[in-house]
Design a protein around this ligand. Structure first.
Ligand code: EPU
Length: 424
């Protein structure tokens, strides 16, 4: 198993290029199932979850063609023939986003079998809202031997449009229902829809494919179903969480970096908090220059749905708060178990305690390097940030979590002057 070994204390300087967003790329890959035509994608991040999703699609009969094999960010997908509308347990258990094939398969073929995702390190993460929405659109759904077995009700050739109000805001739930609604008969209204930029990016691709969607970027999506979608070409939106992760890193280590190919307008809540922490920033439409001197100021925040502070940045910002000049409170409202990095940050000398869904961080002057273990994707990024700011050597084990969601993180950090290396 690979690990990252870093020696803290170097400030970061230089330029870094942001990849396409993982959480936009994953639903976008699944959207290829909605058409027999070819979908051309650009700016797809080269990371493990994307490779897993491609493997799942290929198992179903989708062809993947890289015009330039050395460029993994650009490829064509074709789902003209879907031989097996099934997502097996082996793949779903490694990546919950596999649930995103359910809606498109059902809408296009009228049937799908997808393994029910199990529990997850950051919370229970049920998919009841995906199922409730698809049922409201006329799908018959049963859970059999750990699988969601879905079929359009007898006598109906297509899913039926309906108004669906989810009990909570769900990102992949919205995406699954949005994709299904594009090929449904009649109009679907998704109330309480997630407004995350990744949902909007998927919607933009669907519109290019011929879907009729209004309300993109709002919490009410109205979809007029069409009988078929066609091919399209799309560049995945830049990853706001990767951008935020590098900003937290420079805020923790000091220095000055320019982040290129990013979308600062998708990061408002994070930029406001980084500014409070003392990070000086200048930005354009697709770049941010950030500089930091001295210790960060403590910043309290609570996570919430977009456009508020994202849960996917909570762990990285917590790493920054551990070395702030004072105390902060971080409240996690999206996932019930997303504080597993706390114990590991404490191993590096941080002083964090947990009260319910709030972490209380007492800033310390210095962290000190230690051996720590990554528990999930964003927790891994938080440990890397802490390790870069700590005195001495830090070893982060189990970085397969990091590889799931970051495109060449340690290489990008090395370019910025960090002393970090991968050990096999
Ligand atoms: N929920 C339910 N029932 C459902 C769906 C969701 O109870 O049917 C609950 C969840 O348990 C959670 C809350 O609703 O408490 C929100 O979950 P959501 O469905 O929005 O999360 P997700 O779609 O499974 C996506 C991202 C996550 C990100 C969350 C929140 C993808 C592939 N994943 O997950 O990304 O944290 O939205 O923004 O888009 C990550 O990248 O590290 C990551 C975990």
């Amino acid at each position: 198993m690979d690990k990252l070994v870093m020696t803290g204390g170097s400030s970061l300087h230089g330029e870094v290029q942001i990849a396409g967003a993982k959480n936009a790329a994953l639903p976008i890959l699944c959207a290829c199932l909605l058409t027999a035509d070819t979908i051309e994608l650009h700016n797809v991040p080269d990371l493990q979850d994307v490779r897993t999703m491609l493997k799942l699609l290929q198992q179903m009969g989708v062809t993947v063609d890289f015009p330039n094999p050395s460029d993994r960010s650009h490829f064509h997908l074709n789902a003209a023939t879907i031989t097996s509308p099934e997502a097996p347990y082996e793949l779903v258990k490694t990546m919950r986003a596999s649930i995103l094939v359910l809606g498109p398969l059902l809408a296009r073929l009228g049937l799908a079998t997808v393994s029910l995702p199990g529990g997850c390190a950051i919370g229970a993460r049920p998919v009841d809202q995906h199922i409730k929405g698809l049922k409201a659109m006329g799908a018959g759904i049963q859970i059999r031997k750990g699988f969601i077995v879905a079929k359009i009700a007898d006598g109906k050739p297509r899913l039926q449009g309906n108004t669906i109000l989810t009990d909570m805001i769900t990102v992949t739930g919205t995406e699954n229902l949005l994709m299904s609604a594009c090929l449904a008969e009649g109009t679907t209204v998704l109330e309480n829809a997630a407004r995350e930029p990744e949902v909007s990016d998927l919607a933009e691709l669907l519109v290019k494919m011929g879907a009729k969607i209004s309300g993109i970027g709002t919490d009410r999506l109205v979809i007029e179903g069409v009988t078929a979608l066609h091919g399209a070409s799309h560049a995945v939106i830049p990853d706001r969480i990767e951008t935020g992760t590098f900003l937290c890193a420079v805020a923790a280590t000091g220095g000055e970096i320019t982040i290129k190919s990013c979308r600062p307008d998708t990061l408002d809540a994070v930029l406001v908090k980084l500014n409070e922490a003392g990070l000086k920033m200048k930005k354009g439409t697709d770049w941010i220059t950030a500089s930091m001197t001295g210790s960060p100021k403590p910043v309290s925040f609570r996570t919430s749905e977009y456009p508020a502070f994202p849960t996917d940045m909570q762990a990285q910002f917590m790493a920054l708060n551990t070395i702030a000049t004072g105390n902060s409170r971080i409240t996690e409202t999206i996932f019930e178990n997303r504080f597993m990095h706390v114990q590991e940050l404490n191993r590096l000398g941080a002083d964090i305690s947990i009260e319910g869904n709030t972490a209380i961080v007492e800033g310390v002057e210095k962290l000190s390097g230690a051996r720590v273990m990554a528990t999930d994707l964003r927790a891994s990024a938080s440990l890397v940030i802490a390790g870069l700011a700590a005195q001495g050597e830090t070893q982060v084990d189990r970085i397969y979590h990091l590889d799931r969601g970051y495109d060449r993180m340690e290489r990008k950090l090395t370019q910025l002057g960090a002393n970090i290396r991968r050990m096999k």
